[in-house]
Design a protein around this ligand. Sequence first.
Ligand code: BG6
Length: 488
Amino acid sequence: TSFEPCDFVLFGTKGDLARRKLLPSLYQLEKADLIHQDTKIIGVARDSVTLDEYIAVVKENIEKFGGEALCDETWQRLASKLDYVQIDMKDIDSYNEFKEHVDESRTMVCYLATPPSIYGDICKGLNAAGIIDKSVRVVLEKPIGHDLETSQIINNQVAEFFDESQIYRIDHYLGKETVLNLVALRFANSIFATNWDHNCIDHVQISVAESVGIEGRWGYFDEAGQMRDMVQNHLLQILTLIAMEPPTTLDADSIRDEKLKVLKALRPIDASNVRENTVRGQYISGFVKGQEVPGYLEEEGANERSETETFVALKVEIDNWRWGGVPFYLRTGKRMPNKVSEVVIYFKRQPHNLFKESFSQLPPNKLTIRLQPDEGVEVTVMNKVPGLTTSGNMDLQKSKLNLSFSEAFKDERIADAYEKLLLEVMIGNQALFVRRDEVEAAWKWVDGIFSAWNASNEPPEPYQAGTWGPVASIALLARDDRAWYESR
Ligand code: BG6
């Protein structure tokens, strides 16, 4: 990796992702002095606007979505790096326009913040203009395809022009500080590293709950659903980081080799076991944070007969030596009570209870990793209640060892995931990007669940907006004598 100037080309600079996330993240990187002074940031869209007009729009977006007052000095530095190219991204012949804007002697980063359906056209256009070489990096946004087959079509279109070592597939959860911290927590602490398997861990819960609905994205979301939008990528990526074997180094392929092994070891879910292992739900109207909200089928633009899931709960088994018999329960949904992402590791119970007087059964230790918000790590431990007694017994109490990021790192701002990922692309480190074989292994497993769901012909179960999903999700764990932890 190296910190060198590049031409950073943002395809789809007028789109939602660029406006809400990428431009404000570039601003933050500039503020932290992490964009090389000679780097150029070139927006690409089809609108015919002057550079000054474009710069004004960028400023407006950063002010609107950046969440803080603009620092004039930072903005001037960023603005001086901006450039704009107007092309119709689907028109392969229009890419010659680029030649004057990029410096072919240095690295070009092409961020495709566009629908995947035009990735192929963009690659062809760049190729027609003769500006692709081994130094070009291309960044792809999810979703890559709708299933294994369509993901292969898109990946093949890109692979025609770019080698895998040039392709950076984004899963923005991999840029979240707390998700990265999973690697530090596991491999920098022997207390966890040595207790991280079926001998010590009873089960794992991963919850990614959102309070928002589909935010005016009915068209996109209804085609995707919560499984394709969240599980195939974000939840499975979190799961791989928790479950993978120690990589030999932090190099891109060391880590990705280990993550891939986990994805390949996921026990298939098919028609024979889909009922016991999956729950899918769709929200109906209800109250979220005291506000009445419509049901999924009443959202603007909705097809009233849609059977798309907005909630998924899964019991996942990993068929390997480390995790035999340790289920991973996953749940994610829209219109849940809060936005909260957490991983909870339940350790096994003690083999013998010395404290029967206080507890008929000692509760298990629990490690909670709060991914967002209120980022932190918490361990529950049993503790003697101080005090003198005449009973000869000890009173115990469950206590918490709590590391809160906002307290421990008061002066550190928690960077947005996209800031981290944009920086990694610019320095050329692929470790936090998803390799093609990972995407395909994830699709293969998810496709199995879809086939089983489709064959069963059962609609998703309704759940009221503002709740933790359908009751069947509680039953999923109750069948194993377990329960979802109570989230904040
Ligand atoms: C995106 C999904 O990838 O992740 C959205 O497409 C979802 O539907 C979002 O809302 C959640 O991301 P975060 O960072 O807000 O947890």
